[in-house]
Design a protein around this ligand. Sequence first.
Ligand code: RUQ
Ligand code: CUA
Ligand code: CA
Length: 640
Amino acid sequence: MKSEIQLSTPNPAGLARRKFLNTAALAGLSLGTVACADKKSENVAGPASAPSTDGAHGGASVHLKPGELDTYYGIWSGGHTGDMRILGLPSGRELLRIPCFVPDALVGWGITNESKAIMGTKADGSLRYTVGDSHHTHASYKDGNYDGRYSWINDKINSRIARVRLDYFICDKITQLPNVQGFHGIFPDKRDPVDPAINYTTRVFCGGEFAIPLPNTGSEDASKYRSLFSCVDAETMEVRWQVLIDGNCDLVATSFDGKLAATNQYNTEMGAHYEDMMAAERDACLFYNVARIEAAVKAGKFKTIGKSKVPVVDGTREANSDPKTALTAYVSVPKNPHGVNATPDQKYFICAGKLSPTGTVIELAKVLDWFDGKLEKLDSAIVAEVELGLGPLHTAFDGRGNAYTTLFLDSQVVKWNIEAAIKFHNGDKSAKYVVDRIDVQYQPGHVNASQSETIAADGKYLAVGCKFSKDRFLPVGPLHAENEQLIDISGEKMVLLADHPVRGEPHDFIIFKRDLVKPKQVYSLDDFPNAIKDPKESGVFRQGKKVTVKMTSQAPAFSLREFTVKKGDQVTLILTNLDKIEDLTHGFAIPNYNVNFIVNPQETASVTFLADEPGVYWCYCTHFCHALHLEMRTRMIVEA
Ligand code: RUQ
Ligand code: CUA
Ligand code: CA
């Protein structure tokens, strides 16, 4: 099965070949070749680093002795499983999956009433959606570093954003964006643009990738489709405002001063087919002036779309040509760029060219100058545009002035120095901005370094999300694992430390020091309004056909040895785990009733179901908790 376009490495032919990829250049390229033979464009400071598998270099090792703890947390997006994955690094051990958008049988996500309320249900009580497609996860900031409160994750399919609390590591809210399809990039702000006392995240910005009719009445006139950029309140998770734009949103980044958000645009052509989307030689990085947008909303300068009450301001090019009043600024970037990232020195945004072999460095102060009427030409905010290699996608930072960009087509990560690139761009052709290259296995997408997009970027580890693993693991049939690789970036040269197979398709991740989060490992009974605080409150309480069963668990027993309901009852079973000891989780399963969930120490959860089949049902604990775990049971008797 050959797809029409297969992106990969074309034959080397020097700079001209590298200039831009167009439709013709992409067609017929095969994924079979991995790395580009032409590694040495004129600015490369030597060959790609040799891969190393010894796991030890410059003090960095991925091997932890049994019982040793990792020094970093990684938060990984779960891809199709719609969850958030928590890893320990540098070991790469997966510690937890936090379900968000898709049901999860371990914890009863999508089964308990509490999780269904977060996920959203239809009128009949069934889940609105059971599929997800998570790409990006980013955590809340304070003073330019992570503060361990929240992390957010997107669902591209159904335009949902989920928030995960980083004290209990659970999803507590999900919001669906109105009038958005293909919600892709996501990034929290880092402080308020106006109020200096608000030095932490209060907004999360969300990029809408697919243009649609607004409102979506099913019109086929694609020339009228538009995309929206959305701002979600970090606390309430309500959508505060949206911006109508030309072109599309892809990834999102934010400035450290809170003044600007940015999204890269690969479809400024507003094409409906891929040839149209790659027609222009340049697209854009679109900047949003947050304070001005909020002032416009306050002044009532907005409209609403369809049934949504969310204010929508006009961010189109036409409406924003006067810098003094502009809400948005479209900086020109070549061609179908992918990824926009803010440097930890707080000065630049970097867009990767994707179909152009370049990285574009945009100076934030100059974009702000343009908004202030002090910079005549917006595009002079570009302080460097340099060749990096084929298929540049995402960029991470080490806090020492270097950027690390993935090259999808070259199957490499390129390390380059930003200030040297600026010098080179300004005409100093002796400035060697490419510091190193390393082959990765294979075709990398996202990349992130420890603490990368914070002021505390520490330049220790780099994780690379390789989209293809090919020959790196034992074959298991047609579906290959992806290969996430860990690279030591503490020295001048990058050193490959480890391969990890991962279930598809995590996309993005962040890595931060373990002391930035303060996890709680036992709930408080008061966190749950329906908690059963005393086993004596247990029992069966009937109101007509509605029956509430209240129960507690304490190893190795449930508070009710049996409970009786009648056929046709709508049963709500509430279970509180009164065990207080860390790690003492119980489960609760009812055969044939599709009920299985857990209660962690001091947690309360409930399920509601129709008792439609008479019989005796052994409800049992599903989570190994005690020497008498197998004996930890109760009977549900459904009378005919
Ligand atoms: S995208 S491989 Cu969904 Cu993050 Cu760039
Ligand atoms: Cu309780 Cu197993
Ligand atoms: Ca384009």
